[in-house]
Design a protein. Structure first.
Length: 140
């Protein structure tokens, strides 16, 4: 298995400032400017905790998966994401084990990453994201 670490925990929120309040109270600070991920229809604010991020997600358009999630379930934990070295190889391997993905191919993610989401029915009710970071040797 090529999972190398927990990459991030994503929290859906209707408003980034309101959603940030508990993390700011804990002494955390956004790791940089908010980032729009057009392919997912979300704006992301990330907080670094060790080598893991907490990503707050808010929809940027009504047809965003996060907008649908908030409408159905309200704010809260959305998914967990795991870093992989080779996303294409991992998708092929997992499909061989019966995994179902929400898209046929990886899509662009935040900060130059490539991502793929596993169907929650395959993930025992949990939405799981696989994340491949750029192959830049300076990438943390």
């Amino acid at each position: 298995m090529s999972v190398t670490q927990l990459d991030h925990v994503a929290v859906a929120t209707p408003d980034l400032d309101t959603g940030s309040a508990p993390y700011l109270a804990l002494g955390l600070h956004p790791e940089g400017p908010d980032e729009d991920v057009q392919t997912q229809g979300v704006r992301v604010r990330a907080f670094q905790v060790g080598e893991t991020l907490i990503e707050l997600l808010t929809p940027t358009r009504p047809d965003s998966p996060i907008a649908a999630y908030l409408e159905k379930r309200g704010p809260g934990l959305h998914h967990t994401a795991y870093r992989v070295a080779d996303l294409d190889a991992e998708m092929t391997r997992l499909r061989g084990e019966g995994a179902r993905f929400l898209s046929e191919a990886p899509t662009p993610g935040r900060a130059g990453t490539r991502v793929a989401f596993l169907h929650p029915k395959w993930g025992a009710g949990t939405l799981i994201e696989l994340v491949e970071h750029p192959r830049d040797p300076d990438w943390v």
